[in-house]
Ligand binder design. Structure first.
Ligand code: SF4
Ligand code: SF4
Length: 163
């Protein structure tokens, strides 16, 4: 079993996330958000409860390494089911911002950014299944993709060497 290093605390982390996101200290660890989250149901590692506990304990290092915020698809189901109005979705986005500000985002962030730059989508579209169903391919037009790339090239993503 993995043990936590309680010396790696950042007093204030909880407040910073809470000021920018949901009501994390209200979480009672009931797990209702995980039971309804399509990402968790699909089998992705998505330990909301555990991650929220790490934030409440102010364990910055554990939180900075976490990839869960980046696999949330913003469906907002967790927001409606939470009995404590914690708003897990807002917490994930506050965490994304927090990690990005520290330049400590996980590897999955760079994969997502490169995919957006290359295809215009967060993952490479797989059109084979759509063709089997006689659906049109998902593909961005050249102009749309050029516009996305221009915006990204004009950002710090280039300076950071991510694109
Ligand atoms: S549903 Fe709300 S209270 Fe329950 S674990 Fe999720 S965030 Fe915490
Ligand atoms: S908003 Fe994100 S965390 Fe909430 S249920 Fe949807 S995918 Fe899961």
């Amino acid at each position: 079993m993995r043990t936590l290093n309680l010396d790696m605390k950042n007093p204030g982390l909880k407040e910073e996330i809470e000021n920018d996101g949901g009501y994390i200290t209200g979480c009672i660890q009931c797990g209702a958000c995980m039971s309804i989250c399509p990402v968790a149901i699909s089998g992705f590692e998505f330990p909301n409860k555990r991650l929220f506990k790490l934030i409440i304990l102010e364990l910055e290092r554990e939180v900075l390494e976490h990839r869960s915020p980046w696999i949330c698809i913003s469906c907002q189901r967790c927001v409606h089911v939470c009995p404590r109005n914690v708003n897990p979705h807002s917490i994930y986005f506050a965490l994304r911002r927090y990690q990005s500000k520290q330049f400590r985002h996980p590897r999955i962030f760079e994969d997502i950014v490169r995919s957006i730059y290359q295809y215009g989508f967060v993952i490479e579209p797989d059109n084979s299944k759509r063709r089997e169903l006689n659906l049109p391919d998902i593909k961005l037009g050249k102009e749309e993709l050029d516009e996305i790339r221009m915006l990204m090239e004009d950002s710090r993503l280039r300076i950071l060497g991510i694109i």
